[in-house]
Design a protein around this ligand. Structure first.
Ligand code: FUL
Length: 485
């Protein structure tokens, strides 16, 4: 009996011991977010980096930028229109979304709207049976590209313009057509532009935005003031060197020239997540003109660094010509542009290096170590220092024997938990090579020359809460020749 009692005790002890040993270990939790945060649609938008804009309409046939509204629809006849060519060009250049001017300021509609005859219906193209929006949607779908639409609020043709309620009803009726007939629409573009002598009337933005959200759950609404994506404040494709995705929407209004500086930089104290989109044309004009050529590759790259490299998305306009095709010169230039971006960024010269940091949240097993900045996840795995923020915070890439040779530095923040970094410096072997303010989703620096160093240190000098770095890259840009080199 005593023997049995002893065996039972031993078994119980073993079980208790086993439980104690195999007790599940809990890992360190992520830090609290710093509000405001992006919505999932805004995050998806940010990761696109490149969006294609297509300005197309009666202006394509009249060699003008702002149509008068008196154009005869008979001039619209793009006999060789092939939206599959557009989508092909977009896919090859790496655009995941195409936004087309369904109606520009001239009021001519590229789809057969029920509410006006100033549209493709009255044109000779496909004997009035064509629908450019449908063609775009079908071609984009076939290439796995998303679609966005631009519907100009300012309408120089329609007689209802200036009669406030009537025009707002007309505009909303067209919005309903566009957002119910063509499947999923991922972005809608509300342009604040309006001629100085246009009739004075209010647009019912509150009604428009509510209806858009009702009809398309995952859409991003662009305007000077959002609500999902803001204008960057210029048409050169250049964000501020400081560029917050946060801003105060209450300080914004649509079509107000005095806020362009604020739009360009955003606001670290902003209570709204409203990232900036940089719209610029590959040519001088937005519409196709026979006399114009695409910008040089070096200019396009400069635009890329000043937009995508400053926490924004680049909306690059590539206008179809009067045949209805994207011109060969533009296709060639886009091909060069894509190739250059791939050449620069497909190799991370920091790969294989040892990464050190001032501290790490949760210690060695916490899951927030600096090695996270070299994986493929640029959002949800990141380096986080430990909670006490008093000491100097840095992360360092230590190259192998042969050292690191680069002229571009890429830094990305884990923006899913808010935009945080306010000031930072980059050192190569102890020498300052670049410094700046915001980082956001992606910050790119082209350096003054090629740097050859054993270590590269990013020092975070100021941030809202803990800085969280999701990715670091050292790259070589063979196309970059700074002045004087
Ligand atoms: C401006 C318009 O007036 C231009 O024609 C173009 O559409 C550009 C994207 O926005 O405000």
């Amino acid at each position: 009996m005593a023997k049995l009692w002893f065996s039972c005790c031993v078994i119980v002890l073993i079980q208790v011991f086993e439980f104690a040993v195999s007790k599940p270990e809990f890992t360190t939790t992520p830090p609290l977010p710093i509000l405001p945060l992006p919505t999932s649609s805004q995050l998806k938008w940010q990761r696109r980096e490149l969006i294609m804009f297509l300005h197309f309409g009666v202006n394509t046939f009249t060699d003008s930028e702002w149509g008068t509204g008196h154009e005869n629809p008979s001039i619209f006849n793009p006999t060789g229109l092939d939206a599959h060519q557009w989508a092909d060009v977009a896919a090859k250049a790496g655009f995941s979304l195409m936004i087309m001017t369904a109606k520009h300021h001239d009021g001519f509609c590229l789809w057969p709207s029920k509410y006006t005859d100033h549209s493709v219906i009255s044109s000779p193209w496909k004997n009035g049976n064509g629908d450019v929006v449908q063609e775009l949607v079908d071609a984009a779908k076939a290439r796995g590209i998303d679609v966005g639409l631009y519907l100009s609020p300012w309408d120089r043709h329609d007689k209802r313009y200036g009669r406030e309620r009537l025009y707002n009803e007309y505009y909303m009726a067209q919005l309903q057509e566009l957002l119910t007939r063509y499947g999923s629409v991922q972005e809608i573009w509300f342009d604040g532009a309006k001629g100085s002598n246009a009739p004075n009337m209010s647009y019912y933005f509150g009604d428009w935005f509510s209806m858009v959200k009702e009809l398309q759950g995952s859409i991003n609404v662009f305007s000077d003031a959002g609500p999902d994506v803001r204008w960057v404040g210029d048409e050169q494709g250049s964000a501020g060197t400081t560029c917050w995705s946060t801003i105060n929407r209450t300080s914004l209004s649509i079509g107000n020239g005095s806020i362009v500086g604020y739009l360009n930089t955003g606001d670290p104290k902003g209570t709204d997540w409203l990232p900036a989109e940089c719209d610029v044309s590959i040519r001088t004009g937005w519409f196709w003109h026979k006399s114009e050529e695409p910008k040089k590759l070096s200019k396009l790259l400069e635009i890329y660094y000043n937009s995508v490299g400053r926490n924004c998305v680049l909306l690059l306009n590539v206008p179809p010509n009067s045949t209805g095709l994207i011109s060969d010169t533009d296709i060639l230039r886009l091909g060069e542009f894509r190739k250059a971006i791939d050449t620069i960024f497909s190799t991370n010269l920091a790969e294989g290096s040892i990464i050190k940091a001032s501290s790490r949240r949760g210690g060695k097993t916490g899951g927030f170590g600096p090695e996270n900045v070299l994986d493929d996840d640029h959002l949800w795995t990141y380096w986080a220092p430990k909670d006490e923020t008093k000491e100097d915070q840095w992360i360092e890439i230590r190259g192998k024997e042969e050292g690191l040779r680069f002229n571009v530095v890429r830094i990305q923040e884990a923006i899913g938990l808010g935009q945080r970094i306010k000031q930072h410096e980059i050192y190569a072997d102890g020498n300052l090579v670049a410094n700046g303010t915001t980082i956001g989703y992606k910050r790119l620096y082209r350096l003054e020359g090629v740097v050859h160093a054993r270590h590269v240190r990013i020092r975070i000098k100021e941030s809202r809460g803990l800085p969280l770095i999701s990715s670091l890259g050292l790259h070589f840009d063979p196309f970059w020749h700074p002045k004087g080199t």
